[in-house]
Write a protein that binds this ligand. Structure first.
Ligand SMILES: [Zn+2]
Length: 263
């Protein structure tokens, strides 16, 4: 499921390929992903415009088509972008294809159709309406401590709560906790100030490194959890077998030796 590093990678991909080109058509192959408007309306709004700039917040990507029109993309479980030449075949699960005038196209591919595509007028207003917290990379230590001081629950569920901090999902929450050596089910009320600061540093480190690796697991350090998580996987630090548990409704992977539960 695309999280902050994945969506940031999509943003950079879109910026590098699809800006400033006139959109001559929009091929809506699955209107199911469109929110609050029909395929025809969607096409009419974007035709003859150009994508001028993009902005990411948490797991959401916004692309400005003009001062009052922003395309919003949420990648759900399996969404991604693919830029290709008109004579090439569109990717297999292309749901919406933006056709540019100079022989190129941009597809939003989404096998499982949990993604969302919409048009909005104002990004900040939209973020407010959705109740999203600040982007995980915009949060400073004071704000991070404030969030952790004000809420209750397990550390992993707080990290994944988009209304508190936007952008972190199941995979990167586990990675951050592995680096900070904190058990995912630790109650945040039991975390000392020092541990919260450590968690903050781990959050920044993991997200920034994952972006630098283009969110590609093959490019991530072998000392990370990600290349090892799953049944039979071994802890990259101590070599013991990783464990899984359901925490906050999602499967957490962790090392019970390196990430001891304090409470
Ligand atoms: Zn370990």
């Amino acid at each position: 499921m695309p999280e902050l590093p994945d969506v940031e990678t999509f943003k950079r991909y879109l910026d590098a390929t699809s800006l400033h080109q006139r959109i001559v058509n929009v091929d809506v192959r699955s209107a199911y992903l469109l929110k609050d408007l029909s395929g025809r309306e969607f096409t009419r709004e974007l035709k003859r415009r150009r994508f001028e700039a993009s902005r990411r917040h948490g797991k959401h990507l916004f692309v400005r088509a003009d001062s009052r029109t922003w395309l919003r993309l949420h990648f759900g479980m399996t969404g991604f972008l693919h830029y290709f030449k008109s004579e090439e075949k569109a990717p297999r699960h292309a749901r919406v294809v933006f056709v540019f005038e100079k022989h190129y196209r941009l597809a939003f591919d989404d096998q499982r159709k949990f993604g969302e595509i919409g048009l909005i007028k104002d990004v900040d207003e939209y973020l407010k309406k959705r109740g999203l917290g600040p982007d995980a990379l915009d949060v400073d230590l004071a704000e991070f401590k404030n969030i952790f001081g004000k809420h209750r629950g397990t550390v992993k569920s707080i990290l994944m709560n988009q209304k508190l901090i936007a952008g972190i999902g199941n995979i990167y929450a586990d990675e951050i906790l592995c680096r900070a050596r904190i058990h995912p089910a630790t109650q945040i009320s039991s975390l000392e100030d020092k541990a919260v600061a450590k968690l903050f540093r781990a959050t920044r480190y993991i997200l920034e490194k994952a972006i630098a690796a283009k969110a590609d697991v093959d490019l991530m350090p072998k000392s990370w959890l990600l290349p090892h998580r799953g049944k039979g996987g071994k802890c990259p630090r101590c070599g013991r077998e990783l464990k899984s548990a359901t925490i906050g409704g999602r499967t957490a992977w962790f090392c019970p030796h390196c990430q001891k539960k304090t409470v």
